[in-house]
Design a protein around this ligand. Structure first.
Ligand code: DO4
Ligand code: MG
Length: 287
């Protein structure tokens, strides 16, 4: 089943039928057995037709996040480790990425609250003080308040490679700024945990031309999803549940940086495609 958050309410897609739910997002999703709960909601909710569904999805879609925090895991695939070793070589930071890839404890960092998260079909930003920028396509978990994974969405962990590469201690600035995260198009709630061979793909287009195209299977991840969730919940409580990006397995070659108006499509089998256009924050700060 898929949940779509729109400015006109929550829509539940169950096979070929779509229902409009009356409850609030935070109240719906933070459940044990979310799949079964959605099935029971479908039975008592009003059905909407395909035309209304398409209209709401095309014009009113929001990111599938409410009062949850968004966290991220890092260096969970070899490609991320190697790209970061490369970019931080001259700063002397390379060893840290090797160590965290091998260590029992994963890298976890706070990414965002909902107000900085872009929805499907909206803009993500690159920083004005960053010369090297990439999207990071990441399977993103929805974990309920008792620490159990209940759903999945597509995530983009936008990153400044020039800022992180200059000094790993700049990580929060490389990772956290307006519209530096995107989630969507929906929250996918399957009856069973996600298939380990699920394919994650990215295509970046510039004026219609493909600039980068790659894919990887989830099974190439070094860590298990439940392990990442367990570490996050060790000493943190999340009363509304939380979202956790699980790290990128795809990084463009070193000569690539995003440009304004680039289009980023991230697709995860079973969930859908998250599309965003690259822009800069129009607000100019004077010093
Ligand atoms: O180590 C810095 C961040 C890593 C990351 O975001 C990733 O591997 O996806
Ligand atoms: Mg990342």
């Amino acid at each position: 089943m898929k949940l779509f958050k729109t400015s006109k309410g929550i829509l539940l897609q169950k096979e070929k039928e779509v229902f409009r739910l009356q409850e609030e997002w935070d109240h719906i999703i933070n459940r044990q057995k979310l799949f079964e709960y959605l099935g029971s909601l479908a039975k008592k909710s009003e059905r909407i037709d395909d035309t209304s569904f398409d209209m709401l999805i095309n014009t009113q879609l929001a990111a599938p996040i409410g009062r949850q925090e968004l966290w991220a895991a890092g260096v969970t695939y070899i490609r991320s480790r190697d790209a970061r070793k490369e970019e931080s070589k001259s700063a002397g930071g390379a060893d840290f990425y090797d160590k965290v890839y091998e260590a029992e404890r994963p890298e976890l960092f706070f990414k965002s609250l909902a107000h900085r998260v872009a929805a499907h079909n909206s803009e993500v930003y690159i920083r004005k003080d960053s010369s090297w920028n990439v999207p990071e396509p990441e399977l993103t978990l929805f974990i309920n308040s008792t620490g159990d994974i209940q759903g999945y969405t597509v995530g983009n962990d936008m990153s400044s490679r020039s800022i992180e590469g200059e000094n790993p201690l700049y990580l929060p600035q490389a990772k956290v700024y307006e519209r530096s995260a995107a989630l969507g198009p929906c929250l996918f709630v399957p009856p069973h945990p996600i298939f380990p061979e699920t394919l994650i793909s990215i295509i970046i287009r510039r004026q219609g031309r493909v600039m980068f195209d790659d894919s990887i299977r989830l099974s190439r991840m070094k860590r298990s999803l439940t392990d990442l969730a367990a570490y996050l919940f060790r000493e943190c409580e999340f009363n509304h549940g939380c979202f956790l990006m699980t790290g990128t397995g795809m990084v463009p070659s070193n000569d690539f940086t995003l440009q304004l108006k680039d289009e980023i499509d991230i697709t995860i089998e079973g969930i859908g495609t998250l599309r965003n256009t690259v822009a800069m924050n129009p607000i100019h700060k004077t010093s």
